[in-house]
Design a protein around this ligand. Structure first.
Ligand code: GLN
Length: 190
């Protein structure tokens, strides 16, 4: 199965490795028509203001929104910011509004640019602890009723799922965590 990685800006190579490890074929997407070739999409971390502009100029916005009606999306960090509703006060970004959460960008402040912490993920009443790398990560503030929280850190959701789509404030690909890619793109994993 082919899974696309939006390769306009940001760190997508590690996602390729995780997908290959899971026997998916990673496809780097630079043009909207390429969505026709894939059965899922990753929006990677990077700089959400830049990704947002490039989504607009490359004509990806509507293409991703209609793709998302049928196929799963996984957004990490800036990718989650793009999937969210964001907050009205962040003018540089036009989020896709596919996961019903509001986020604050760089929520942990510049002085804590990056940290790794253990996070406990709850799936089907089973818990597992993973290492999570947060890099200038957003904080999820408000969560809509249709959003499931898969993991929290400091009483804030850091992994959320709505329907087919998963959003993470951290970077599982940097710690070789395959769980969320499996959850998003493999059918019926328990
Ligand atoms: N701080 C970045 C932003 O706002 C996100 C960082 C990341 O993706 N690691 O877009």
């Amino acid at each position: 199965m082919k899974i696309g990685i939006l390769a306009l800006q940001g760190n997508y190579q590690k996602h390729c490795q995780i997908l290959s490890q899971l026997n998916f074929e990673p496809i780097l997407l630079r043009y909207p028509y390429q969505l026709e070739q894939v059965s899922g999409l990753i929006i990677p971390g990077g700089e959400s203001t830049t990704i947002s502009k490039l989504i607009h100029t490359a004509g990806f916005r509507q293409a991703i929104q209609s793709f998302a009606q049928q196929y799963p999306l996984l957004g990490t960090c800036a990718g989650l910011i793009m999937l969210s509703n964001l907050r009205q006060d962040d003018v540089g970004i036009n989020p896709l509004g596919l996961i019903n959460v509001n986020v604050t960008r760089n929520g942990y402040g510049r002085q804590l640019d990056s940290f790794i912490n253990n996070v406990t993920v709850t799936l089907n009443d089973k818990q597992q602890t993973i290492a999570a790398t947060f890099i200038r990560a957003p904080i999820i503030n408000d969560i809509g009723p249709d959003v499931e929280v898969l993991a929290s850190y400091n009483n804030k959701a850091v992994a959320v799922r709505q329907g087919l789509h998963i959003g993470l404030t951290f970077h599982p690909e940097l710690n070789d965590i395959t769980l969320f890619h499996q959850l998003a793109f493999e059918e019926k994993i328990n």
